[in-house]
Every structure is written in structure tokens, then in C-alpha cells.
Design a protein. Structure first.
Length: 282
């Protein structure tokens, strides 16, 4: 591990309906991360607001480039001199009855340098808990990978973790580091969260910074927490079980290069377009 290795941080929160209180807590944790030397800080999904009903988010929609939540992220990035992946905030959608769940990336000068709109929506007709994100959220259409101080950075959100083809597309754009703001439920989190986060790291030989909601919320929801920073070999470098907090860890860029060179699974990929498939009717 070198002193020149960039440090990254994952913030975990238990967000409620009080935006002012949520932003105060988010800023406190961003400051903790900056004081620990983080160059990049990832906030969880819905870091600024989690209402009693999914529809409660609609009045908070902002236009891209203008609004309280975007101003907060910009000011915090500039104030603490860090890059911020802004969890998700609601932005205006094409459908006037929906919002975009947008994850905005700001550089250390407070400039927005990227936007990712959540692609996969959590529509799950469970028995104890039911979620229909598509009733309020309009899905995005594109993935993003951009240059950052910590390497080629991709962004995905929560339910996206279950769709590995998204990350293969990012890998085609030289993905090295993945930020995943999330709010996994306690039930699905216990079953799959750690496995999915580690799998995305292992199969893409990439670092993963997974920033989650963790605890009991005013709306009665329980989120799983367990924010993690995972290395390209699938090793969990740091983790927060429950509650609010921040983890910070240096990324060993030389380690990633070494792993990709000595275990060249990425180079062994074969295009599905070149494969023949036989269908057998019984």
C-alpha cells in the first residue's frame, strides 16, 4: 500500500422525511470522510429524503442543474475538496407524474461532471413488503463511466446490482471502480447484498464502493445497511453493519493492475454474438 493510493469513502445513513436533518447528517459524514483523507465519497440512495409513501418524493423534483439538493452536493464537494457521488435525488422526468432517481457526480470544485439515472426499478410484489418503484420513478436509459481521481468510475444504484450485463457494458468502457448507492431491504439484503456486491467486484476485477441505508426508518421500512468497500479479488476491506457512519480505505491501484495481469479473466471473455445456440424441443 502506497501513500499515493487514493482513499475512497462510503457513507451509511438512516434517512427520514426531514430534509434539513438529513442534509446536516450527510454533511457531517462527508466531513468525516474528508478528514480521513478521502478523495471520493459515495452517499447512499435517497440520502436526502425518505418519506412515508413513495409518492412523497414527487414534490421534491428538481430540474437538472437547479435545486436545493444539487446546491448542497455542489457546495459540500467544493467545501471539503472531495468528489461526491450523490446517492440519488429526484429530478424532473419526461413523464410529469414520475421522477428520475438520479445519481449526480460532483468534482472537488463543486462542478457536476456526470449524471446516472437508475435503470432497473424495484417492482417486487412481496408478501410482507411490496415495492413498486415504477409507480413514481421513470427509468434511465444509459450507463456511465468517467475519469476520476481514483480511476475509471462507474455508477449503479441498488437494484441494478442484480443485472450483471450492465456492469459488463461498463467494463467495455474501461471500468476500474464502481460506486453503488443503495437502500436494500432487510430481507433481500440479508439474503443477497454481500454476495451481489462481491460478485460485481470479482467478475469485473474492480473495486466496489457500496453505500447503503441501514436501520429503521420513520416510514416503517427497515434497510439492511452493511455498506462495504470491496477489492477486485472480492475481499471486503471495510464494512459498517448498521446505523450511520463512514468507512474510508485506500485503493491499491497497483494491486488491481497486478490482479488483472495475473488473472486475465477479462481478456478471456467471448462475445455472445459469436456463439451458436441450439434450441431443443421436447
Amino acid at each position: 500500500m502506497s501513500n499515493s493510493d487514493p482513499r475512497v469513502a462510503a457513507v451509511q445513513m438512516t434517512t427520514g422525511p426531514d430534509i434539513r436533518a438529513n442534509l446536516q447528517e450527510a454533511e457531517r459524514l462527508i466531513r468525516v470522510a474528508a478528514d480521513a483523507g478521502a478523495a471520493l465519497v459515495v452517499l447512499p440512495e435517497n440520502f436526502a429524503f425518505m418519506g412515508r409513501r413513495m409518492q412523497d418524493v414527487l414534490p421534491l423534483r428538481e430540474r437538472d442543474g437547479d435545486g436545493q439538493l444539487q446546491s448542497f452536493l455542489s457546495a459540500a464537494a467544493a467545501r471539503y475538496g472531495v468528489w461526491i457521488v450523490g446517492g440519488t435525488i429526484p429530478l424532473v422526468a419526461d413523464n410529469p407524474e414520475r421522477a428520475r432517481a438520479a445519481s449526480l457526480v460532483f468534482n472537488e470544485r463543486g462542478e457536476q461532471v456526470a449524471r446516472y439515472d437508475k435503470l432497473h426499478l424495484f417492482d417486487v410484489p412481496g408478501t410482507d413488503e411490496q415495492y413498486t418503484e415504477s409507480s413514481t420513478i421513470e427509468p434511465g436509459a444509459d450507463s456511465i463511466v468517467l475519469d476520476s481521481p481514483c480511476g475509471r468510475l462507474g455508477v449503479a444504484v441498488c437494484y441494478d446490482l442484480r443485472f450483471p450485463e450492465l456492469f459488463r457494458h461498463m467494463l467495455d468502457n474501461d471500468l476500474e471502480l464502481l460506486a453503488v448507492p443503495a437502500a436494500f431491504t432487510a430481507v433481500t439484503g440479508k439474503a443477497h447484498w454481500k454476495t451481489l456486491v462481491r460478485a460485481r467486484a470479482i467478475e469485473n476485477l474492480a473495486y466496489v464502493i457500496a453505500a447503503a441505508q441501514g436501520g429503521y426508518h420513520v416510514n416503517g421500512r427497515e434497510t439492511y445497511g452493511n455498506s462495504m468497500i470491496v477489492d477486485p479479488w472480492g475481499t471486503v476491506l471495510a464494512r459498517i453493519p448498521q446505523g450511520t457512519g463512514c468507512i474510508c480505505y485506500p485503493l491499491e491501484r497497483d494491486f488491481q493492475v497486478s490482479v488483472r495481469r495475473s488473472f486475465p479473466a477479462i481478456e478471456h471473455r467471448r462475445s455472445h454474438q459469436s456463439m451458436e445456440s441450439d434450441s431443443i424441443d421436447l
